[in-house]
Design a protein around this ligand. Structure first.
Ligand code: PLP
Length: 225
């Protein structure tokens, strides 16, 4: 299967399950060479997700002739906030106010428009995973919402891997309800970043607006971080 064929198949599946609500298919290109990004772009894909700053910047430099939209989806350390703020349009994994403040300040200093951001929520309670708990998210959303250099868009989650479609849907439903509860508290959000290659169907059925798809689109990852 070519990248174009995979992309068409994924887009068709997403569209059928979304029943009219808009869903962005984010092509997760971490571990993939720049030629594959170019190939996906030729097939009409504009939004790409990367997890490692150095790898992303190298590829962005090689692809600067293309008008691509870049999403940072990896864990973010405070010493990497400036390159991320300057070279990405979205950040999906914010879970600390300090990181958000640094990103915001870097955007303002560079005279760039606010950075689109999602807060990462850890729903499974696995201590190894980043993300705030469901009870902590309201306070973080209020703080991040005050930052001039950030445009708070929504919530992101990375659930424990499972082939159990029932558990997948339960987690995604939890994130959807959390977003609804924040809206009832006056916090405006329009994005649910949830669903990857193995579980995007469940995520779209629960209202995902951004699915992050790597291997189902590009095949196995080649580069090691
Ligand atoms: C790598 C990654 C993905 C893509 O995973 P696939 O299983 O290859 O689709 C999605 N989201 C995040 C946060 C990732 O790190």
């Amino acid at each position: 299967m070519t990248i174009a064929q995979n992309l068409n198949r994924i887009r068709e599946q997403v569209e059928e399950l979304a029943k009219g609500h808009p869903v962005l298919v984010l092509a997760v290109s971490k571990g993939q060479p720049p030629e594959k990004i170019r190939e996906a772009c030729q097939a009409g894909q504009k939004a790409f997700g990367e997890s490692y700053v150095q790898e992303a910047l190298q590829k962005q430099a090689l692809l600067s002739d293309l008008a691509l939209e870049w999403h940072f989806i990896g864990p973010l350390q405070s010493n990497k906030t400036t390159p991320v703020a300057l070279h990405f349009d979205w950040v999906h994994g914010i879970d600390r106010i300090k990181i958000a403040e640094r990103l915001s300040n870097a955007r303002i200093q560079a005279g760039l428009p606010p950075l689109n951001a999602c807060l990462q929520v850890n729903l499974s309670g696995e201590s190894s995973k980043s993300g705030v708990t469901a009870t902590e998210v309201t306070a973080l959303a209020r703080e991040v919402g005050k930052l001039v250099g950030i445009r708070l868009r929504g919530l992101m989650t990375l659930p424990e891997p499972t082939a159990d479609a029932g558990l997948q849907r339960k987690r995604f439903a939890q994130l959807r309800m959390l977003k609804e509860s924040l809206r009832e508290q006056g916090i405006w959000l329009d994005t649910l970043s949830m669903g990857m290659s193995e579980d995007f169907a469940s995520a779209v059925m629960e209202g995902s607006t951004i699915v992050r798809i790597g291997t189902a689109l590009f095949g196995e990852r080649q580069l090691k971080p």
